[in-house]
Write a protein that binds this ligand. Structure first.
Ligand SMILES: *Cc1c(COP(=O)(O)O)cnc(C)c1O
Length: 459
């Protein structure tokens, strides 16, 4: 953690921000706080910090479990500084400067995906961004079916239900990618409005074959929505394996894209992003609000967003982060993504060559899954929980995930539960290696995992 860096950045930034408003007559309006209130506030903050101590140490490289990446210090400082003004990016009255910063930051994200023209904005997260994408899809093709792979984010079926659009899952291959033949079968039945293509699934980091799916779009005519909430920034990585590289290279041919700056983009939570290739879809958002549109005839973000109030501070933090770390290939930010891929590959090789473990699909991004070798699925699941607990006891925090056993079965290796039905579930271990610092901790992570699995190495 870097509280000193952030607080010194913030002290300087806030002094400058206050000077921007120095022409106003002084008014002590910090919520009516008096100096005699400060000790009580300090005590409450102390208690708050103590309560927060009962979290996993997400900021530390030995936390290698779920998708949790610490915000960059510049993002934390900019967010905290903006909260002093607390702009609302719904409308220009509420966030004039922060709306301009949002539009600039969005333009840079769109450019990362190869789009000059676009319509887009920030959202509270990936779920809401996907909701907007599928809502627009439903406006364009009312009543038509949404398809997404069985490994797509669970919210797609729920969002479709909210929007009253039919939804169907498409099976995946043994790497967790949408199965091309199954997709074609579903399409040939007709009535498909949109295919959700996931570039970086949440459980496995699998990358659907976007190029092949786009070829089907030419034949069958459907909308392609890319859910890259997790994986979108890997567009900038330089060491993707060939299938993933090919898919990310085609992302600019999608109709809409979701990416979460609060996943790999170094932002605090509350920062998703939806982009549409065709700016004309803005017509669907048209609405009348008597409260908001007074000071300007310029575009308000509230006119192209389903949500009303949104934190301007999210846009400010994102803008500042991209100012420091531009979204370019070969920059410091993209090198961090390369490092994450490298860590996942290194640990995958160690797991794959260790007889105690059964590796899941070879990682396409920076997410690893592996099962524990045992005669039955139940025993394997039990041992996975055991390794998880023992690793946590040594401050190595992994995650657990339930996956179809098909991801671990090997056509050539009879040890891997060949007779279990492929869709039976096994609990396995999962590690999201999304911090660039994980690279210098690879050996330490492996050593602790090795010790956590030591007690049953005789199996
Ligand atoms: C995380 C994730 C989502 C949901 O995003 P939230 O920001 O958690 O709402 C959707 N799709 C994918 C692929 C994700 O990884």
């Amino acid at each position: 953690m870097d509280p000193d860096i952030v607080s010194s950045l913030l002290t300087h930034g806030l002094a400058r921000l206050k000077s921007e408003f120095s022409a106003l007559p002084p008014a002590h309006s910090e919520g009516g706080v008096r100096s005699e209130d400060i000790p009580a506030m300090a005590a409450v903050l102390d208690e708050t910090a103590h309560r927060l101590g009962n979290n996993y140490p997400y900021f530390h490289p030995l936390y290698a479990g779920q998708m949790l990446k610490p915000p960059h210090p510049i993002a934390r400082a900019a967010y905290a500084m903006a909260s002093w003004l607390n702009p609302n990016n719904h409308a220009l009255d509420g966030g004039r400067a922060s709306s301009a910063m949002e539009i600039e930051a969005i333009r840079e994200i769109a450019a990362m995906f190869g789009w000059q023209e676009h319509l887009g904005h920030l959202t509270s997260g990936g779920t809401f961004a996907n909701l907007e994408a599928l809502w627009v899809a439903g406006q364009l093709a009312p009543g038509k079916t949404i398809l997404a792979s069985d490994q797509a984010h669970y919210t797609h079926s729920r969002i479709s239900a909210v929007l009253k659009l039919p939804f169907r899952g498409v099976p995946t291959d043994r790497q967790g990618r949408m199965d091309f033949n199954a997709l074609e079968r579903a399409l040939s039945g007709g009535d498909i409005g949109t295919v959700v293509v996931t570039l970086g699934t949440t459980a496995l980091g699998a990358v659907d074959p976007l190029g092949q799916i786009l070829a089907l779009r030419d034949r069958y005519g459907f909308r392609v929505h890319v859910d890259a909430a997790y994986g979108g920034y890997f567009r900038l990585a330089s060491n993707l394996e060939p299938d993933a590289a090919r898919a990310f290279a085609r992302i600019s041919d999608a109709d809409s894209i979701v990416v979460d700056p609060h996943k790999h983009g170094l932002q605090p939570y509350g920062c998703g992003c939806i982009l549409f290739r065709d700016p004309a879809i803005g017509r669907f958002y048209k609405h009348d609000s008597p409260y908001t549109y007074f000071t300007s005839s310029e575009l308000h973000l509230g006119e192209i967003s389903l949500e009303c109030s949104r934190a301007g501070a999210s846009a400010v933090a994102l803008w500042a982060t991209q100012r420091l770390l531009p979204l370019i290939q070969g920059g410091d930010f993209s090198e961090g993504l390369d490092r994450s891929i490298q860590v996942a590959r290194t640990l995958y090789a160690k797991i794959a060559s260790d007889p105690r473990f059964i590796p899941g699909p070879e990682p396409q991004l920076d997410i690893l899954t592996w099962a524990v070798h045992a005669p039955t699925l139940n025993e394997s699941s039990r041992l996975a929980q055991h390794v998880f607990d023992r690793a946590a006891g040594q401050d190595l925090h992994l995650a657990l995930v339930q996956l179809p056993v098909a991801f671990f079965q090997s056509p050539t290796d009879p040890r891997f539960w060949p007779s279990a039905p492929g869709d039976s579930q096994v609990t396995c271990l999962r590690s999201v290696l999304m911090k660039p610092e994980h690279l210098t901790w690879t050996d330490e992570i492996w050593n602790r995992l090795d010790r956590a699995a030591h007690s049953f190495s005789s199996l």
